[in-house]
Each structure stands twice: as C-alpha cells, then as structure tokens.
Ligand binder design. Structure first.
Ligand SMILES: *Cc1c(COP(=O)(O)O)cnc(C)c1O
Length: 361
C-alpha cells in the first residue's frame, strides 16, 4: 500500500491502528457473525459497544457524573440550532464571541431563536487573533455564552478557557475536542462533529450539564430536544451505530497511548515544529495568526506568491502529502494535523516545504 499523509480538515485521517482493527472486525464482530453495521442498536452486542465508548470518553475527559454524554447526528451545524432551542430557557438573549467562519454560522442560526449579543469579535483583524477577555461585553442575564475554541478555517485557537462567571459557557469543539485535557466542569455544554478528531462523519458528541437539559422552547421537535436523547441514552431513534463504534475504537486507541496528557504533548510538539518552520522560512511561507492563539490542529499558511500554489499542491501530492489546499474562503494551504497525524507526517511535510523552496525560492 502506498504511504500517504492526509492533511484534510475533515473528514480527516483516522489512526491506522483503528482502521486495521475495524478491518479485522468488519465482517464478523467478536464472533457474533455480524458486522457492527448489521446489529440491532438495542441488542446486547451494540449496547456493550455503546456503553464502553461512553465510559472511555468519560474517562479520557474526566467528565463529571453531573453531565450527560449524547451521541447524536446532524453534525456541529445542527448544534447551531439545538443549542439556542434548548438553552435559551425563556431568556431574551445569548452572548456569542465571533472569531471566524464557524462562529459566524453559529451566530446566524441562533438569531432565528432569540436575540444574539455579539459580545466580542476579532473580525476587524480578519480573524487572526482572539479578542482579549477584558474587552468582552458580556450580559450577566444572557442565557449562555457561546464561543469556538478552535476555528478550523482560520486556524485560531483560544489558549485557555475564558472565565464567564456564572453564565453557562457553550463551546463548539469540533476541531479540538480530545486534542488536550480540558476541565469539563468549566462548561455548560460542549459539542463536536466527530469527523475532525473523533471518528467518522455522521456522529456528533454533546456533553451537557444536567441542569441545562429539559427546558427546550415550546414546539421543539423531539429529535432536537436534548431531554429526549438523554432520557433514551441517545437511542430515541436509530443512532449512527458504525460511527459510534469507530469513535469507540478511537477512544480506546487514545487510552492505549497514554490518554490526553500524552496526545497533548505530541500535538504541542507537532504544531511547534511546523510553525517554527513556517516562521523561519524568511517569508516564503507565512501564517497570519497571532502566536499566542495559533491552532494546534489546523495550520493555514500562504506561499510568497499565490502563483506557486498549484505547483506546491501538485508536488505535495506526488510526495504523498494529500489535501493541503486551503479553505476556499482564505486560499493558500492548510495542514490539519489532528491526533491521528503522526510526527512522521509533520517531518515529511517540512522536508517537502524545504525542497520546494530550494526549487522555487
Ligand atoms: C467542521 C466544523 C463545523 C461543522 O461541522 P458539521 O459536522 O459539518 O456540521 C462546525 N464547527 C467547527 C468548529 C468545525 O470545525
């Protein structure tokens, strides 16, 4: 098999060990004679898989017992609606922090259900930084504060969890959950589409403090009500069984390599190496993001002359370095270096970047 490194922003690379285990178990899971795709979600085999996945996720993140863990569908984009529908709880407005394209989408959707107060924005800097906490104009009566800890497109990541006092903090962690340890108890709700750093597309993880569940807007459809999913252990309807199973394998893989402290150390090293290389390229490569809030997971960079982009991508592909093209809204390149991207992949990318400068610089 050809060796490649896949830098896709999502759906993204999965750990090789997970794919191999899935292949082993594909046709006949643990002697059941069935594939996980073919099992009743209410049978004892799948119930075991589902419970193990939740236990492992709770252990990895240290999720307190007072939080529900939901395995849903609809992607992070559906959470843009479910969050206001469930968390406004009769209040007039919610606070949102605008740090990029995903924040903007969340804001647009929330505005259908209530008043959105954009309490801070980094739009004036073209989203190359995060607004300092001291400048946020939070409303003490807000239903919640929503922010995007890692903006996947802009490559901007909050270096720490902002203090918002007693108001519930809600985070779209689609592209950062499981990249490092976090204190879940600081949040009211965390959500993440799986296809960046967790598993296959089709699964969405929601971690929600129990007291926030059960006050959905009148008329909320059952499928959009956290209480319905929580009361039914995420099996109100048929869950995405295969995606849930693969996510479980990813959690097992993370545990086997030492959990989130271990992966955080690797991720920090990977990102540092790549940014150091970009910064020391005498301007041939450039990342526009303020150093203190550069993403560990998504590294956008431009070339000194955009006319070189096509040649860069073509040579990269020939070298087995795939899906480096930047998001259409920003151009240039983007290397997404999630948990499953090995340090070897970073080294291969850096060697190619050096070689390209030698040829074209
Ligand atoms: C990818 C992404 C989304 C959208 O996820 P879907 O699962 O496609 O709905 C939302 N927010 C962030 C931060 C993302 O990275």
């Amino acid at each position: 098999m050809t060796k490649v490194f896949n830098f896709s922003a999502g759906p993204a690379v999965l750990p090789r060990a997970v794919l191999e285990q899935a292949r082993e178990e594909l046709v006949d899971w643990h002697g059941s004679g069935m594939s996980v795709m073919e099992m009743s979600h209410r049978g004892k085999e799948f119930m075991g898989i589902a419970e193990q996945a939740e236990r492992d996720l709770r252990a990895l993140l240290g999720i307190p017992a007072t939080y529900k863990v939901l395995f849903l569908q609809g992607g992070a984009s559906m959470q843009f609606s479910m969050v206001p529908m469930n968390l406004l709880r009769g209040k007039a407005s919610a606070d949102y922090i605008n740090t990029g394209e995903w924040s903007k989408k969340a804001i647009k959707e929330a505005a259908r259900f209530g008043r959105v107060n954009v309490a801070a924005s980094s739009e004036a800097s073209k989203f190359t930084t995060v607004p300092p906490r001291g400048e946020w104009r939070l409303d003490p009566d807000a239903a919640y504060v929503h922010y995007t800890p890692n903006e996947t497109i802009g490559g901007v990541e909050f270096p720490d969890i902002p203090d918002v006092g007693r108001v519930a903090l809600v985070a779209d962690m689609s592209s950062t959950l499981l990249s490092r340890p976090i204190d879940v108890s600081r949040f009211g709700l965390i959500y993440a589409g799986a296809q960046k750093n967790i598993g296959p597309a089709g699964l969405t993880i929601v971690i929600v403090r129990e007291d926030l569940v059960g006050q959905a807007l009148p008329g909320t459809p059952a499928m959009l009500d956290y209480r319905i999913h929580a009361d039914n252990d995420s099996m109100y309807n048929t869950p995405p069984v295969y995606a849930w199973y693969i996510a479980g394998l990813v959690f097992g893989w993370l545990k086997s390599i030492g959990g989130l402290p271990a992966i955080a150390e690797i991720n920090r090293r990977k990102a540092q190496k790549l940014y150091d290389h970009i910064d020391s390229s005498s301007g041939f490569y450039r990342n526009p993001v303020d150093r203190h809030c550069r993403s560990w997971m998504n590294v956008p960079f431009t070339l000194i002359d955009p006319a070189l982009d096509d040649a860069f991508l073509k040579g990269a592909k020939a070298a087995g370095l795939l899906q480096l093209k930047g998001h259409r809204s920003v151009g240039g390149m983007r290397a997404s270096i999630y948990n499953a991207m090995s340090e070897e992949g970073i080294d291969a990318l850096i060697s190619y970047m050096q070689e390209f400068v030698r040829e074209k610089g």
